[in-house]
Design a protein around this ligand. Structure first.
Ligand code: CTP
Ligand code: MG
Length: 245
């Protein structure tokens, strides 16, 4: 069976959230935000390796943290200026045995449970991403705050992560962006630009991305309710004998 490498991008500055420590390193119910998704992917049998992409100033500290772990699936890599540069750095660190690669935002602490379904769809049809149908009525608004257009909601989905692709397709897509100087906000856009099909799997509304300080309050409530995830974090931190401040 094909094996999956996961890239967790955690090298952003968290400017919209503000605060001294970037959001992905702040504690959520006692564990740093990035560890929530790291523990989830580490517990998935189809995941062979995980690249944790962090800002350069965090690399030494986190390498030390994971160095003591026996048979670590995790490698710590320095990210880049744009999100896509961080994804490229993560991809370069994964062994070529990972035929499929999932990219996940560290700022999303609660990836959907049905990750294997995403993998199955990617194997069958090409790229696959978690997404959720848009529930609000969406307007296009001009700079003068006047509504220009109401979009047809029945076709709109909000893209989430993880997003899973054949490794060669993701690699080619990132190269193409680099060559043509294109900036993308997710990996599915890059893969679509080189003409590869990407399908959606319905995710869930708990898979929020921590962006502003309001999101933080929601995440704290969700974290307290997700007892099974919290248990996973505790077990893994204990098994790996790591302390995450
Ligand atoms: N990310 C990254 N490298 C970058 C930029 C973003 O690894 N150069 C990661 C972030 O750490 C985050 C994910 O990409 O996990 C999604 O990005 P976003 O929510 O925009 O986070 P930030 O870029 O950190 O926040 P902001 O845009 O508010 O500064
Ligand atoms: Mg950003």
């Amino acid at each position: 069976m094909a094996e999956v490498g996961v890239i967790i991008v955690a090298a952003g500055k968290g400017e919209r959230m503000r605060g001294e420590v970037p959001k992905q390193f702040r504690p959520l119910a006692g564990y740093p935000v990035f560890f929530w998704s790291l523990a989830f992917f580490a517990s998935q049998p189809i995941v062979r390796e995980i690249a944790l992409v962090v800002p350069a100033f965090k690399v030494d500290e986190l390498r030390q943290t994971f160095a003591a772990v026996e048979q670590p699936k995790v490698r710590v890599v320095a990210g880049g200026a744009r999100r896509q540069d961080s994804v490229s750095a993560g991809l370069a660190s994964l062994s070529t045995k990972c035929e499929y690669v999932a990219v996940h935002d560290a700022a999303r602490p609660f990836p959907p449970q049905h990750f294997e379904k995403l993998f199955a769809l990617a194997c069958e049809r090409g790229g696959a991403i978690f997404a959720f149908p848009v529930v609000e009525t969406v307007k296009r608004v001009g700079p003068d705050s006047q509504i220009r257009e109401t979009l047809d909601r029945s076709e709109l989905w909000a893209a989430q992560t993880p997003q899973l692709f054949r490794r060669d397709e993701l690699d080619a897509a990132l190269d193409d962006c680099e060559r043509n100087n294109v900036e993308v906000t997710d990996d599915a856009s890059a893969v679509a630009l080189i003409g590869c099909p990407v399908h959606v799997v319905e995710g869930d509304r708990w898979n929020i991305k921590l962006t502003t300080s309001e999101d933080w309050q929601v995440a704290e409530c969700l974290a307290m309710q997700r007892r099974e995830r919290l248990q996973l974090l505790q077990d893994l931190a204990k098994r790996w004998a790591i302390s995450l401040g």
